[in-house]
Design a protein around this ligand. Structure first.
Ligand code: 16G
Length: 184
């Protein structure tokens, strides 16, 4: 099984963001091109499977027991559609993924065939807290969704994270989030 460094999407999309228009401040200043000493912010690639990507995801929820083949299959599907923007932060010294977040584009017929962005799976490894990485990931994907012309961007989060997301311009909706679970 060939896991490699082919990016899920065009990496220049991240470096060409209008970072000046970012709504939150960073101290010390960091950005997608300079995420911090020894860190690299980039699109997901299949080789990240062996760089602890799943270990990070499992800090959010049940990540499951996934084979490289299953991972590759989903990655290829995501790349083909062009609607998945999964970013990771790599600790380049350790060669390990320490944070990740996902932007998914949903194509609508409403709003003149607009796109809606969804932010999913925002996780910073417990070993890498206090480096503003959560803020960096959410700011990056929020700006990216605007650049990709989404008419809105939404996310689901636990009540204790509501204040965190408000910093980026998100507001709690009047609509309820509902779900019907088939398995955990
Ligand atoms: C959180 C995540 C969501 C993820 C879910 C997993 C963010 C902003 N939200 O709601 O993306 O899918 O947790 O929980 O990261 P679950 O395993 O109960 O579905």
């Amino acid at each position: 099984m060939l896991l490699d460094d082919t990016p899920l999407f065009e990496p220049s999309l991240l470096t060409e963001l209008d970072w000046e228009s970012c709504k939150v401040g960073f101290s010390p200043p960091i950005s997608p091109s300079q995420p911090g000493e020894g860190l690299l912010l980039r699109p997901l690639c299949t080789a990240d499977f062996n760089r602890g990507y799943y270990k990070v995801l499992s800090q959010l929820t049940v990540a499951g027991d996934v084979t490289p083949e299953q991972f590759m299959k989903n990655f290829e599907h995501m790349k083909r559609t062009g609607d998945y923007y999964i970013i990771v932060v790599e600790d380049t010294q350790l060669g390990q993924i320490v944070a990740t977040a996902t932007l998914i584009l949903e194509h609508k017929f409403i709003h003149s065939c607009a796109k809606r962005g969804r932010v999913e799976e925002v996780v910073v490894s417990s070993t890498c807290r206090g480096k503003q990485l959560g803020k960096l990931l959410v700011s990056t994907l929020t700006l990216l969704s605007k650049k990709l012309q989404c008419y809105k961007i939404t996310l689901e989060c636990s009540p204790h994270n509501v204040e965190f997301y408000k910093k980026f311009g998100y507001t709690a909706s009047d609509e309820s989030y509902m779900q019907c679970r088939f398995f955990e």
